[in-house]
Design a protein around this ligand. Structure first.
Ligand SMILES: [Mg+2]
Length: 300
């Protein structure tokens, strides 16, 4: 048996087998794709698959929470693109025999998130199988005030900021992620993001992806990284870097003018550097490369 591929290897394997679709403006490897539609329009699309036992524990959290989370993490990708939700499609594989109460609870949970963020259901498909519950959602959005925002566009000298504290999502937050749609649109309204992504897999795994797409390096200042208060005194920084499922936005933007306030709270965590400078963490003891140890979906 060959070792399990990483998610990034899987993305490369898929991307390498296809020509870029004529209307695709970004290419595979961003949080979303921006698709030209007809002569005038662009729509933003993204998909995320959630599996019982991996992304939620259905027996413990119930169908409603699973449904809420499944749509919320998809909306987080639309936030990463600073786009406005238009609707979603859902493919569900229920454990056999399909249970009506579970079905209703999943639908209730999705409807709750859908109402909160203005993202109605466009349709979908349902099946039953012998494995765990699987929810595959595709979201569709419209470009926000800056048009297409992606992981590309960070420039050396930019500030790297996050929209909230990181770490400790396993303390229950991972079930109720808050997609930063409103924050992303406000940032775009202020023309702030040069590049942006959502932190689904942890800063240590996600930051290199933004750097790769932008062709830059990064220097994170350990003392600046905001950590959730409920993360224990031990290894706070490690949790903030590696836990994943934060669903805050990572934004590369020009330094703010002295005294200027951002349109939404931002925590600067470092700077964009030249690619040759690598991706490093600066602590009181010096600088060291950041090892990507965050959440990998295909690892055990
Ligand atoms: Mg994402």
């Amino acid at each position: 048996v060959s070792p399990a591929p990483s998610e990034d290897e899987w993305i490369e394997a898929i991307a390498g087998r296809f020509e870029r679709a004529p209307g695709a403006l970004l290419g595979i490897g961003h949080d979303t794709e921006a698709l030209r539609v007809g002569e005038e329009g662009t729509c933003i699309v993204s998909t995320d698959v959630l599996v019982d036992g991996r992304h939620f524990d259905l027996a413990a959290c119930g169908g409603r929470a699973a449904g809420r989370k499944a749509l919320a993490v998809n909306l987080s990708d639309l936030a990463a693109a600073a786009s406005r939700p238009l609707g979603f499609l859902v493919g569900a594989v229920l454990p056999r025999p399909a249970d009506r109460a579970l079905f209703e609870a999943l639908a209730d949970g999705m409807a709750e998130t859908a109402r909160r963020y203005g993202c109605p259901c466009l349709g979908g498909d349902t099946n039953a199988g012998d494995g765990p519950l699987v929810l595959a959602i595709t979201v569709v959005g419209a470009p926000g005030p800056m048009g297409v925002v992606s992981r590309k566009g960070a420039r050396p000298g930019d500030v790297l900021s996050v929209t909230g504290p990181l770490g400790g999502s396993r303390r229950g937050r991972h079930l109720d992620p808050v997609p930063r749609i409103a924050e992303a649109l406000a940032l775009a309204e202020a023309r702030l993001p040069h590049a942006m992504m959502d932190l689904s897999d942890g800063l240590s795994r996600d930051l290199p992806r933004l750097c790769a797409m932008s062709g830059v390096g990064a220097r994170i200042d350990a003392a600046l990284v905001p950590v959730h208060e409920d993360v224990g005194a031990e290894e706070r920084l490690a949790h903030a870097l590696h836990d994943g499922e934060d669903y805050e936005l990572l934004v590369a933007h020009a330094p703010l003018a002295p005294g200027a306030a951002p349109p939404v709270p931002l925590w600067p965590v470092g700077r964009v550097t030249a690619a040759a400078d690598g991706i490093v963490l600066a602590t009181g003891e010096g600088e060291a490369p950041i090892e990507p140890r965050g959440w990998d979906h295909l690892a055990d």
